[in-house]
Design a protein around this ligand. Structure first.
Ligand code: SF4
Length: 678
């Protein structure tokens, strides 16, 4: 395998990325980074050799341009999948047009979203009769959507400014894979979903998000037709989130809420299209009752995820009976829909929906027979209890199994990129080892793995605080103990900008918030407290950015995808190493499988996953050459244990302080702040 050194054989890319290159000439802010040229070279090589590239490029490498330039100049048609709609928009509206202009090229670029983002003209029509809203303003919003429908070219609801995010109107004016009438739809000629998908098939570059891409991969496993064009070049950007999204897409789920929605849809459709076809009101009410009874069977469970086999062991035959009763409860609806199937395609779609629910429920009753088997099943069955209802899930235990064939099709270039993919010990000289975890999980056999560090100078820009006297990480009130350490308030005082406390559980978020509120003089003088759950995530982040001296306390959802450059995020405090909860049923099953294969699941699964998440959390801190930041990790296992030390070696090389006194002094120098007297 050809392994060029960064910056040497990458010279072919110098015409774009080098000191005399096009980007330097056209973009005044452009900084030459040898890592960027090396990544562009590797992408170019993967395109030319039609192999798979797996690359980690640390924060600040400029990976977007590093893959887009080789792609745009290769003349190859491609799909680019990224983590979210926001990132899709950034590529489509900002990065790609800018690069095309610089390169003096044109290309047909299409941004394709999931169907829930497009107005469905058929459902908009039926919403006039079917929709039920409790608030008058929702009817007004529906009228606005109708006005929007008359003028829009693309039907993208993000362009309908009068439609609030999460409006109850949205489900009434958009379609799902289950209720879309497809070729039998009377409105198909003006269908925005069809139009968008057709445009994607004609495009040179299709920008999608992982949810859509993975849903399409899952479709391909069945008999259904692909949504996306069958292109031989696929870039998976922000690839660290790909495994979780793929796992979700390959899972089968059924929820009590789904049955409640089905009951309402049957009622609306029946009354509108065949009022004489069945006793729709009674049928619908019985179905809602079935969902409610099923939900009530699990009222004794606390909110969380429950392993199905364990529930079977605890509840015995009663559990199987509950599922059987739930399945039987669907039978009258199934019969009525069968009888009316010919009367309108909507009945056909509803019928397919009921059959799919019955099929999934049957998987769970069959699972009862397999529960005693010593063999590992291909799927993990679990139940989730939330505040709103109950759902059943069957997730693939081994994602590589359904995906390997796709990833190993010959003559394809797959390019996986992220700032955090390397999850095992290994360095730039042995990237295959560093990416072992990622590659194994997806069944990848890369032609090349590339590990590129960040161009930022972490020694000068950042400080890692790891005091010698950290409390026991197993303490249930760990976060409170950390916030009570002598000198912590003085360290916070030295920080000129915002501080983010990332916790590993919601309980820790509440404890931390309560402690901070109980000691306003220590933590809140001139800082604004923002706590997860007390406002929407987006609103909290907006306040955090604009205030400049926020103290944001959050858990899982704040570990990734948060971009706050500058002083507004000057310190990140992490309560402890983010190991996945051991009681998660999917994690448990994977660990059991690893043990059966003679592995130590702690080393082979839990540590790599924790390291990836830790790197994500840390990645929030330094976003540019000008950024400075302090990181405090309150977990002494990082320096006391072998696996902790190994994780530490996988992090950027920060300057370190091992006492609070030292960290206050160094942080003061870093920010040029006066050192507070303790
Ligand atoms: S084909 Fe499907 S998405 Fe398109 S208008 Fe008809 S129901 Fe709506």
């Amino acid at each position: 395998m050809n392994r060029p050194e960064p910056g040497t054989s990458a010279s072919a890319q110098n015409r774009y990325f080098g000191p005399q290159g096009l980007l330097r000439a056209r973009l005044p802010q452009f900084a030459v980074r040898r890592e960027q040229a090396a990544l562009a070279h590797a992408v170019s090589e993967a395109l030319g050799r039609r192999h798979t590239l797996v690359a980690e490029a640390g924060t600040g490498v400029g990976k977007t341009f590093a893959y887009l330039i080789p792609l745009l100049t290769s003349g190859r048609k491609a799909i680019v999948s990224t983590a979210s709609r926001t990132l899709q928009d950034q590529l489509f509206q900002r990065d790609i047009p800018r690069l095309l202009q610089i390169l003096g090229q044109t290309a047909r670029v299409v941004r394709l979203k999931g169907r829930a983002n497009y107005l469905c003209p058929y459902r908009l029509e039926t919403a006039k009769v079917d929709a039920r809203f409790n608030r008058a303003e929702d009817w007004q919003v529906l009228r606005e959507v109708r006005r929007f429908a008359a003028t829009t070219e693309e039907g993208d609801l993000a362009d309908c400014s009068e439609l609030p995010e999460n409006s109850p109107v949205i489900p009434w004016v958009t379609s799902t894979g289950e209720n879309c009438l497809g070729n039998t739809c009377p409105k198909i000629a003006g269908c925005f979903v069809v139009k968008a998908r057709n445009a994607a098939w004609q495009a040179d570059l299709v920008i999608v998000n992982h949810h859509l891409f993975c849903a399409d991969l899952a479709l391909l496993q069945g008999t259904e037709q692909s949504i996306l064009p069958d292109l031989d070049t696929i870039v998976i950007d922000e690839a660290h989130g790909f495994i979780a999204t793929a796992s979700q897409a390959f899972s089968d789920s059924i929820s009590s809420q789904q049955v409640t929605v089905l009951a309402r849809d049957i009622l609306a459709t029946g009354l509108r299209l065949a009022p004489d076809g069945a006793a729709w009101a009674e049928l619908s009410a019985a179905l809602e009752q079935t969902a409610m009874v099923f939900r009530s069977q699990f009222a004794d469970l606390s909110v969380g995820k429950w392993d199905w086999a364990r529930l079977l062991a605890d509840k015995g035959d009663g559990l199987g009976d509950s599922v059987a009763v739930f399945t039987q409860g669907l039978a009258p609806a199934r019969n009525a829909l069968q009888v009316n199937r010919e009367r309108h395609p909507e009945f056909e779609r509803l019928s397919v929906r009921v059959e799919a629910l019955i099929e999934r429920l049957t998987m769970f009753t069959d699972q009862q027979q397999q529960a005693d088997s010593a063999d590992m099943p291909a799927k993990v069955f679990w139940l989730e209890r939330t505040r709103f209802g109950v759902s059943l899930h069957a997730a693939p235990l081994d994602l590589a199994e359904p995906l390997t064939a796709t990833f190993q099709k010959p003559d394809r270039s797959w390019i996986f990129l992220s700032a955090t993919l390397a999850a095992e010990q290994g360095d730039a000289s042995d990237p295959e080892k560093a990416f072992g975890y990622f590659n194994r999980r997806l069944g990848l056999k890369p032609g090349r793995c590339l590990l590129l560090g960040s161009p930022f100078d972490f020694q000068k820009q950042a400080l890692l605080v790891l005091p010698e006297d950290l409390p026991d990480p197993k303490a249930p009130d760990l976060v409170v103990r950390l916030l009570s350490m002598p000198g912590i308030d003085a360290l916070f005082e030295t920080i000129p900008g915002g501080i983010m406390i990332l916790c590993t559980s919601l309980r820790a978020v509440s404890l931390a918030a309560a402690h901070v509120r109980a000691h306003p003089g220590q933590f809140l003088s001139s800082r604004r407290l923002l706590v997860q759950g007390e406002a929407a995530r987006g609103a909290l982040l907006d306040s955090f950015r604009s205030h400049g001296r926020g103290l944001l306390i959050g858990s899982a959802s704040f570990w990734e995808g948060v971009d706050v450059p500058g002083l507004a995020l000057s310190m990140v405090m992490i309560d402890k190493l983010p190991f996945a909860p051991p009681d998660d049923p999917v994690m448990q099953a994977r660990m059991k499988q690893a043990r059966q294969q003679g592995e130590d699941p702690f080393r082979s699964i839990q540590c790599p996953e924790a390291l990836l998440l830790l790197k994500q959390g840390i990645g929030r801190l330094i976003r540019s050459e000008a950024d400075k930041g302090v990181l405090l990790v309150g977990d002494r296992r990082l320096y006391q244990t072998g696996y902790g030390k190994s994780m530490l070696s996988g992090l950027p090389s920060f300057a370190q302080a091992r006492s609070m006194r030292e960290s206050i002094a160094v942080a003061g120098q870093l920010f040029g702040s006066p050192v507070p007297t303790q």
